[in-house]
Design a protein around this ligand. Structure first.
Ligand SMILES: [Zn+2]
Length: 419
């Protein structure tokens, strides 16, 4: 039996409860003795089953007929018809419990038709409708008959010269497997609060062991606590704690991300913008001074001295900026290598990510060839030239598992030799 059947069965029982719940009785018909070869007994059995499920005012005529292989029974159904003809396979006559199960299925068919539950109304194909009929039989209290007759075996012995010939005949009835039937039956009993002593009374052999196995496997669906009036609130409470716990972890990630943004990403971004603006201003000023086309030799002299002094001052300023930038870069480095060392869930970005660089002066995005550690980029919008690095960040060589060069290994070897 599959989990999918369990879901289907529960859904079908929900439909049946809505359609027949108000009239269906909560008792279960116990299996009763039957001689299938006695035509009168067959009619009486069908009538007993029909009366039990509340199908009254109909004459049920049961006839033993030769039916197609694997077909246990057949019923002729016409709207408004008072006499109902049921065929039972002559092959089943050796199995009284199988005949009772077949009668239960066929009588259920008639009852469903009387109740207006036809395949067309329910929107079901024939196969699905037969499965629903089996479930409906259980719903109407015929579960024991159906379980006990679902999977029959008979052993016959015949004396032959030198011993006895044993013949084992098996017969399966209905559209549900024994396990599926057991699930439907246990579920109906659990839903109606029928105690297991009542549920199991009169069952024996394989149906009973299957019932026990099903109870062990699907006991969770049969739990009596589902009958509690406040069960929905109780169940809705169950995931609340793990949901809250998950949200708390997400909140900590969110807070840490905000921290990284506010403490690291945003200040560094601002530092890059300000630094590049300063550098661009420097370049623009130097270019303006160098472009002086003075013809007076003295003024040219003075201009050159001013340019030299300006150059000196700007170079100092650029070196200061470079040192400040190096401090920022050193502070950032453990973060980037920490992320790389961590690996999953942190992604290893594709090389293309680093090929789009931004002009920090005016925000223009520019595409640059990948894997270039030192490339000078020219922004056509603002005419700013700046250096870019399109290589993805790498862990230090030794950490990345690469071999150090031969000379370093030799040097290490010699030093160890000396010590
Ligand atoms: Zn630009």
């Amino acid at each position: 039996m599959t989990e999918a059947f369990a879901d289907l069965c529960v859904e079908r029982l929900g439909r049946l409860q809505k359609l027949m719940g108000r009239t269906a009785r909560h008792e279960i018909l116990d299996p009763f003795p039957l001689d299938p070869h006695d035509p009168i007994a067959l009619q009486a059995a069908a009538k007993r089953i029909a009366d039990f499920i509340g199908l009254r005012g109909r004459t049920i005529v049961v006839v033993a007929s030769k039916l197609a292989d694997r077909q246990g029974g057949r019923i002729e159904i016409e709207p408004g018809q008072d006499t109902v003809f049921v065929d039972v396979s002559v092959d089943a006559l050796g199995f009284p419990t199988a005949v009772l199960a077949t009668l239960a299925h066929e009588v259920t068919h008639k009852h469903m038709q009387v109740e207006g539950m036809t395949p067309g109304v329910l929107g079901l194909w024939e196969g699905d409708y037969e499965v629903l009929t089996d479930i409906a039989g259980v719903f109407l209290g015929l579960g024991k008959l159906m379980l006990q007759g679902a999977d029959c075996q008979a052993v016959s012995e015949e004396p032959i010269p030198g011993g006895v010939r044993r013949t084992t005949t098996t017969l399966k009835t209905g559209y549900l497997g024994l396990e599926q039937l057991a699930f439907a039956y246990l579920f109906v009993c659990a839903m109606r609060g029928i105690p297991s002593s009542v549920c199991e009374a009169g069952l024996f052999g394989k149906p009973l062991t299957t019932l026990h196995a099903c109870q062990r496997q699907y006991g969770r669906c049969m739990d009596r606590r589902f009958a509690h009036p406040d069960i929905r609130e109780q169940l809705a409470d169950v995931p609340r704690k793990p949901i809250l716990e998950a949200q708390e972890v997400l909140a900590r990630i969110d807070r840490d991300l905000l921290y990284l943004q506010a403490a690291c990403v945003q200040p560094l971004d601002a530092f890059l913008d300000v630094s590049h603006k300063r550098l661009r201003d420097m370049l623009a000023r130097l270019r303006a001074l160098a472009a002086d086309d003075e013809v007076d030799p003295c003024l040219r002299f003075i201009g050159a001295v001013r340019l030299d002094r300006e150059m000196e001052g700007r170079a100092r300023e650029a070196r200061d900026l470079s040192r400040e930038a190096a401090r920022h870069q050193r502070a950032l480095e453990p973060l980037t290598s920490g992320v790389q060392r961590q690996g999953a869930p942190f992604a290893d970005p594709a090389a293309e990510v680093f090929t789009v660089v931004k002009c920090r002066h005016d925000g223009t995005k520019l595409r640059v060839r990948e894997n270039k550690p030192r490339v000078v980029v020219h922004c056509p919008q603002c005419d700013y030239h700046f250096a870019a690095d399109t290589t993805p960040p790498r862990l230090p060589r030794a950490e990345a598992g690469e071999r150090s060069p031969w000379w370093r290994r030799l040097w290490g070897f010699l030093r160890r030799g000396r010590a």
